[in-house]
Design a protein around this ligand. Structure first.
Ligand SMILES: Nc1nc2c(c(=O)[nH]1)N[C@H]1C(S)=C(S)[C@@H](COP(=O)(O)OP(=O)(O)OC[C@H]3O[C@@H](n4cnc5c(=O)[nH]c(N)nc54)[C@H](O)[C@@H]3O)O[C@H]1N2
Ligand SMILES: Nc1nc2c(c(=O)[nH]1)N[C@H]1C(S)=C(S)[C@@H](COP(=O)(O)OP(=O)(O)OC[C@H]3O[C@@H](n4cnc5c(=O)[nH]c(N)nc54)[C@H](O)[C@@H]3O)O[C@H]1N2
Ligand SMILES: [Mo]
Length: 826
């Protein structure tokens, strides 16, 4: 039903678009005149009217009055679910904390050779001219490369950015570094650090960034849907490119489908509430035990699919021996699991049987793999799904990306726009060509950044290889907010003060910008032209992102900054290929245009597309609405084997066994986390979970009026269970100090039964705001949860971050709480 609807709607849109668009040939970018009319082409700013753009949170319609951005609305409304992020563009553009001018830290400006890094975060700022800033960065970068080698320049620069295939700040930084002599980068990400390394061993693919069995199939065939450690009502508001909005639409259809829905999460999420689901709340970090208990129950009840396990998986017998404690003499039954995860035995058994007897889709998020031994969670989930025997069948199995970037929204028949790349040929002026090899040698897992800064020369294990940390002396960051996103902020600050130079390109005075030596003011994406696709898996639209307002203050595009820096290195031509912003955008569009022509689809030529202020929406072929993940493999495991050594789902991995790691065994195992509620000598009283906020994208938008929707006592909220709050004398609205031996933060209390007892929830992404500027251990006034999290790798296998593994204490804060110093000029 839904699928045909969706299809028809898109087809209609598609048809309507072309009915309205007469085909005209226009000037190409090279000024080569083709036949036909010349379409007027203008990049002049709209003074009064509406401008179409896109952000991670969807296509946006911006209202401009007398050159001022006054309103931001969703371009389309496809579901009843509200996307709170879509209304605050004007707050970003006109934020009080915009970086207005190039700024240099006083001691650094005085003597870059003796820059007093210990003053990073507390020193005064000095305004300099743009040209002086460019010259300073260039000369210091040259010096570092000359004295310490290319590997001492760290430009991993992990993080988000803004939508747009042209002004992609991190890629632009890498392009610059590549063109001028090299840098040390990183591997992996914070999102799926553990899963993306273990999944290839188990399934032969990354799995976490792959198209899912389509939503229409789920709606038609699944009997039960388990939302396991995910909060799609919040996380589907965004996409890496730009949201196509249909993820939320399908969530709405799931709600209306009347299916059995179960949410397994220590927090009763907004998704759980919205879907009216059964809430099952395990102790944080114990899902693997819970799943093993279910596995045991299934074997005992003889309700598991032996044929499936034999035909499609490898090593179930070894895993079964582990369940029955052949070596450790511990039978891992539901009773055993119950003691660890806090779910009663009966529920464990009942759920297991329910999953077996009904076509069940496990939709898992990523929060539970962002934990110590996080590799085990999805490995065990897939083992459990294998026992149910429903993988590759309509409506059954598992999906690790339904909650992200519109996963499961059927893939359209679309043409894909190109984008800027880091691949640029360095000319003879560039220093060193062997750096590429070196850089590859020195790249380290992204979440090890503080460890790497603190311990140059240290060797670590990573997925069967050894990595040696380089000695980092220069950091360049463009896009990303490490002083908020990285675990254990106080240790990071120590690490951050090791290099001689830190440069940050930012639009706002974020905690990271405040910890730099040189801050370059950048435009927001609403102050430049760009282009993007939407829906990372659906590829539903191509959107012109038109500049809405003039560049604020002295802000520059990252492209401009890196082009000007490239000039200092004599590689301006290589960097820019002598192309303007609009010429690049036209080139990226033309890639899509050429594909469209090859596929016999007609889309307008560039100038026409650009002048129309409308997205191109592609149609979705019926067969894509019927996509079932792993159907090919299940149909013919010989002809369509998986990319694992055995060609099958590896419940037991010889490859991992050969690595001989104590923290990641050859099959999924329950391994005690370093800090958790069940540990013998607890280091603190409460387990801390740190999910993603429904009203931000990480730290983005924390500096907008959206904050009024969620802040409590003008700080980030903490959810505390009613009983726990009572015991501590805390009421809703109180200011609470949350602390452990790593740090302390102030937050505002929400007392509620939506969080499991002995667990507190604080969303990641609140800007770090130390009461005493630059002081390690200072109280964070705004509630950046990473002040409290633990900076340990998930295991030697993946070295992912463990941001959901931490214990904390709480107390009512009775002193006068100081005002924030963030969200304004420093
Ligand atoms: N405790 C805990 N910590 C976590 C997580 C967790 O679950 N718990 N999640 C982790 C995850 S999954 C992630 S992905 C990270 C996210 O961490 P980040 O990606 O660092 O978070 P953002 O706040 O999105 O940072 C993006 C920054 O880029 C800037 N920016 C935007 N556009 C531009 C541009 O055009 N040019 C420049 N120069 N800058 C721009 C924004 O202003 C913003 O400061 O956090 C991780 N940290
Ligand atoms: N609105 C919004 N959307 C976003 C983002 C954002 O910042 N804001 N960030 C985007 C990015 S970069 C990413 S990587 C994804 C993140 O997507 P996810 O990683 O899936 O999101 P989280 O909120 O970190 O975690 C999902 C759920 O896991 C639960 N959880 C935590 N620990 C455990 C546990 O031990 N067991 C169980 N069963 N559940 C647990 C949390 O309570 C939470 O409800 O979201 C993306 N979408
Ligand atoms: Mo992420």
């Amino acid at each position: 039903m839904q699928n045909t609807n969706l299809k028809r709607r898109n087809v209609l849109k598609f048809a309507a678009l072309f009915a309205a668009v007469p085909f005209i040939d226009v000037l190409t970018s090279r000024g080569h005149l083709l036949a036909g009319t010349i379409v007027k082409f203008s990049t002049k700013l709209v003074q009064n009217g509406e401008v179409l753009t896109a952000a991670h949170w969807g296509m946006l319609k911006l209202t401009i009055k007398d050159g001022v951005l006054t309103k931001s609305e969703p371009y389309q409304k496809v579901s009843g679910l509200e996307n709170s992020l879509q209304h605050h563009t004007q707050d970003l553009v006109y934020a009080k904390d915009r970086v207005k001018y190039p700024m240099v830290r006083k001691s650094y400006l005085k003597d870059p050779n003796n820059p007093k890094p210990e003053l990073r975060g507390s020193d005064e700022w000095v305004r300099v001219s743009y040209n002086d800033a460019i010259k300073l960065i260039a000369s210091q970068l040259k010096k570092t490369r000359k004295d310490k080698g290319a590997e001492s320049v760290f430009a991993g620069s992990y993080g988000w950015k803004s939508s747009g295939n042209m002004h992609n700040c991190r890629i632009l930084l890498h392009r610059f570094m590549t063109a001028t002599g090299g840098f040390t980068g990183t591997v992996g990400d914070y999102s799926t650090g553990a899963s993306q390394v273990i999944m290839p061993h188990v399934l032969g693919t990354l799995e976490v960034y792959e198209q899912q069995t389509s939503w229409p199939i789920v709606l038609e065939h699944s009997k039960a849907v388990v939302i396991w450690g995910a909060n799609p009502a919040a996380t589907l508001k965004i996409a890496w490119t730009a949201s196509d909005d249909y993820g939320l639409k399908y969530l709405e259809e799931l709600k209306n489908s009347g299916k059995k829905i179960i949410c397994i999460d220590p927090f009763k999420t907004e998704t759980c509430e919205y879907l009216n689901a059964q809430w099952v709340a395990p102790v944080p970090n114990t899902d693997v035990a819970l799943m093993i208990g279910m596995a045991h129950s299934l074997i005992e009840a003889k309700k598991y699919d032996k044929e499936f396990l034999e035909e499609y998986t490898e090593g179930f017998d070894e895993f079964k021996d582990y369940i029955y404690g052949k070596k450790d003499k511990v039978v891992k039954s539901a009773a055993w699991a119950s003691k660890i995860c806090g779910i009663d035995e009966k529920t464990i058994k009942e759920l297991a049987v329910l999953f077996f007897e009904n076509t069940t889709m496990f939709m898992s998020g990523w929060g539970m793999q962002r934990a110590h031994h996080g590799e085990q969670t999805h490995w065990m989930l897939i083992t459990l799904a294998s026992m149910l025997g429903q993988i590759g069948k309509p409506g059954g199995g598992f999906g690790l990306s339904y909650h992200y970037s519109n996963g499961g929204v059927p893939t359209a028949k679309s043409a894909i726009v190109g984008g800027i790349t880091a691949n640029v040929t360095a000319n003879e002026n560039a220093e060193g060509a062997e750096w590429l090899q070196n850089a590859a040698k020195f790249s380290f897992p992204v979440a090890r950044v503080a460890d790497a800064l603190l311990n140059p020369g240290k060797k670590i294990q990573f997925n069967g290889k050894e990595i040696t940390y380089p000695e980092i002396d220069f950091i360049y960051w463009a896009g990303g907010n490490p002083l908020v996103h990285h675990q254990d902020t106080n240790t990071l600050i120590k690490a951050w003060r090791k290099p001689r130079t830190v440069v940050v390109n930012e639009a706002f005075w974020t905690p990271t910008a405040r910890m730099a030596d040189i801050v370059m003011p950048t435009t927001t994406s609403y102050e430049r032209n760009d282009i993007t696709g939407t829906g990372d898996y659906s590829n539903l639209n191509i959107v012109p992102m038109k500049q809405a307002v003039k560049k604020q203050f002295e802000s520059k595009d990252d492209y401009q900054i890196f082009s000007d820096l490239a000039k200092e290195f004599g590689v301006h031509k290589e960097y820019t290929q002598n192309k303007t912003e609009m010429e690049w955008i036209e080139e990226f569009y033309t890639k899509a245009y050429d594909q469209a022509v090859k596929m016999d689809m007609k889309i307008p030529k560039f100038r026409e597309f650009w002048s129309k202020n409308e997205p191109i929406t592609f149609g979705t072929p019926y067969e894509n609405t019927q996509f079932v993940r792993y159907a090919d493999y299940i149909e013919d495991p010989i002809l369509d084997p998986l990319g694992t050594p055995s060609g099958r789902i590896e419940i037991y991995s010889k490859t991992i066994e050969d690595m001989n790691y104590d923290d990641c065994k050859a099959h999924p195992s329950w391994l005690e986390p370093a800090e958790w509620l069940g540990m013998k000598k607890k280091t603190a009283e409460f387990a801390l979970i740190t999910p993603h906020s429904t009203h931000r994208l990480h730290s983005q938008l924390n500096n907008t009026s959206l904050r009024e929707k969620y802040a409590v006592a003008n700080r980030e909220p903490v959810w505390i269970n009613t009983k726990d709050a009572k015991a501590k004398g805390i009421k809703s609205g109180d200011i609470v100090r949350v602390f452990n031996d790593r740090g302390q933060i102030l937050v505002g209390a929400i007392v509620s039964d939506e969080v499991r007892e002995s667990v507190v929830k604080i969303d990641e992404g609140a800007w770090y705001d130390p009461m005493e500027r630059g002081k390690i251990g200072s109280l964070c006034l705004n509630g950046n949860v990473n002040v409290l999290t633990k900076d340990i790798p998930t295991s030697k296998l993946a070295n992912g971050n463990s941001s959901n593994t931490a214990l904390v204490n709480i107390e009512k804060y009775t002193k006068a709480a100081p005002e924030l110093s963030m969200f304004k000029q420093p």
